[in-house]
Every structure is written in structure tokens, then in C-alpha cells.
Design a protein around this ligand. Sequence first.
Ligand code: R5P
Length: 296
Amino acid sequence: MDKTTATIVCTQSSQVLATRLAEKLTLSLTPVIRRRFPDGEIYIQIEFSPLSTHTCEKVVLIGSTLTSDDIVELLLLIDACVEKEIILVLPYMGYARQDQRFNPGESISARAIAQTLGARVSQVITVNIHKETVLSDFRVPARNVSLATEIATHIKTVISADAKPLLLAPDKGALGLIQRVAMQCNYEYDYLSKKRISGEEVIIESKAIPVAGRELVIIDDIISTGGTLATSATMLIAQGASLIHAVCVHGVFIQGAYARLKQCGIGHLCSSDTIESAGSGYSAAPAIAQAIREIL
Ligand code: R5P
């Protein structure tokens, strides 16, 4: 990799992950000035050095889009780098869960965001995107990386192998992820059946899984309200599970979800740094760095 021709630029929301990525790839992290106009609009200026303005041909632009402001900041950064080849990394892609029209008149938000962000970049990398079918909506080469290896390594670090934990996906959608994690830990795994009632409420169907007296690790792509995890944990505790841990990729943790989940007895609870918080217990940097090495 020619380090003089590529640099990393990040949004405010992905500064820690971008720093880790820069270290892994031994690439520079170009600073960005951010301000707000009096009316709240965002101003950005990328501080390319006089030399890199001319010599740096590629920009790895990294930014999770948890809020609408994150999306605007990313669009402004894309515009500021437009003379260069942009590899866009979306560690967490917001709006990705509505990937089809359920009722007439609804927008397919995943497609709308993917088409907008993909319009002026040359490649896209996502991390455990909710559904890989969304990748084609970027309309440029796009690939999704999985944090299964990082999750497996993390579980082996924080949970004693003597406990022989059972890995559980809260729904069939997380089965692919948990299979890959289980393969690397050599632990048993299973999945639950979930029915979503509303944004906050889910029903977990009872299933005969021998959990009595066992330590469990629930693994999901996203923890948002924590409803899925809390409902699963309540059922599993009633079935006799001795201890429940939870690891996810994207820790959205809205409405105080992290504190609520800890208070209702979840043991180890963490996410990656695709959304940066004190609950980020492992990093997506190794997996993203590997994907970038294969591109640059
Ligand atoms: C849904 O299909 C996802 O995989 C997660 O299970 C879901 O987003 C979790 O949301 P919440 O924490 O609000 O239940």
C-alpha cells in the first residue's frame, strides 16, 4: 500500500474507530474542522496538507450514520473530497432496517440512504449491515464485513471456557452471524423465534432449548431499545439459565437501554465501536482494515 497516496478522513461520530484504523493501516488521519452556523447548519473543512492536496489520490472516509446530522456531515465530507477516489466506510449504517415497502406510500429508507451516499464514491464497505441485499443500492462496488471473528475473540477473553457457554441468536436473522462466531469458539449455538409487535415490543416464542443451569451469550447485530434482549433474557432466566451475557455489533442503546439491561441482570454486555460509547468492548478496526488492504 502506498501510504503517501491514501489518507483517512472521519466524521465526528467515528473518530475513535478511525484512529484505530489509521494505526492498523499506518495511514495518516487528516484533521477536519467542524463548526455550526448560527442557524445550526454544519460547516466542515478538511485540513489536507499542502503536499497531500496534490499527491493524495485516495481517501478512506469513515463515518457511522446514527443521526441525521451524521448523514449530513458525511455528505459534506464526500463533497469536500470529490476530486479524490473515495472509499466510503459505514461502520453503522442508519436507516438500513427498512429495506422493503410494507405498506403503500412508505419509503424504502435503506435504498434512499444507500443511493444518496453511494452517488459520489467509488466503493463502499459496511459492517454487519442488517441485510446484505441493500449493498446493491449503493450502485458502486460494495462489500459487507462481519465482526464474527472479533466477537469470538472477545467472548473467549471475557467468559471462561470452563463455563462452556451456549450462544443464542434472538431471531433467525442473527443465525448466520452466530454460526460464524460458534465455528470459531467451538461452542454450541441455537436461535430463538422472534415476532416484532412494534418498535419497542417483541414476542419471543418459547422453544425447548436446554438452558437450565447454563451460561448463555445472546449475540445480535443491533441492540437498539434493548426490547429483544430483555424479553429473551426474561424467558431464558425463567427457564433456568444461570447467567446471561450479551454481545452485539452495533450498540445503539436508545432510551437508556444499556443501564436498563444491566439492571435486569445481564452479565457482560457490550458492543463494538461501530457506534462509539463506553459500552464498546471490542473494535471493528481489524476487520475493516483487512477489507481496506484488499482494496488499496
Ligand atoms: C432486528 O432484526 C435486529 O437484528 C435486532 O434484533 C433489533 O434491531 C434489536 O432491536 P431492539 O433492541 O430495539 O429490540
